[in-house]
Design a binder for this molecule. Sequence first.
Ligand SMILES: [Fe+2]
Length: 256
Amino acid sequence: MKLIQITDLHLVPAGGRILGIDPAARLRDCIDDINAHHADADLVVLTGDLANNGEPGAYDILDAELARLRVPFRLTLGNHDDRAEVLARHPGAADGAGFAQSVWDGPGGRVILADTLQTGAVEGHLCAARLSVLDGWMASAPGPVWLFLHHPPMALGMPALDRVRLDAPSRAALLSLAQRHGRIAHIAAGHVHRPSAGQWYGIPVTTLRSTCHQTAFQFEDRFASVPEPPAYAVFVIGDEGAAVHFHDFPTRDLRA
Ligand SMILES: [Fe+2]
């Protein structure tokens, strides 16, 4: 099973820029690269911050680009997204409880997308309604669960990012689910705009670069965005386990 993760697109209405970067051009280059090299993937998962400020014009760009994607996709939300706007455009992304959560079964296990958007907050949250849906999906999973969500539960050792990860009550509830079902093979997150790999209570966790701008690699208690290269991730999942590749896809603006 081959999965691809794209995260933190931060799309803005046509013509807009972030740190001099055109987020739409970056997504176009990302999808071009996936279509050229990974059209055989089973699923593309988008882990939120699809738009920078939840603007309809930004989601227009997203939908036009997703229409070109040669691989099926699922999406969930980040703290910069507008839940109502996205679910109106993608009703299949909804879990029946009003959140952008979905489940997909493939040959290497069950992919679960969790919606950690807490409107008005930067940190992530999983309320009782969302946890109940996730509980049911984990209970009925036929095999390993590949959990994709925006906010990582894992601390990176970078204080400005660690303060705004999945909040403490949600981490405790997610850990309870994970331990009760024992099915989570991997947690893949976005939000931090940094590539990292580690573990959370023994569960492997990875985070990924944005397709747009990145977080400065600094461990002091301050935050800065920098125009480092973008990436997407490729999960190659087999009987023995999984490899996660972080691919800095080529972009027209960095080649220029
Ligand atoms: Fe982001």
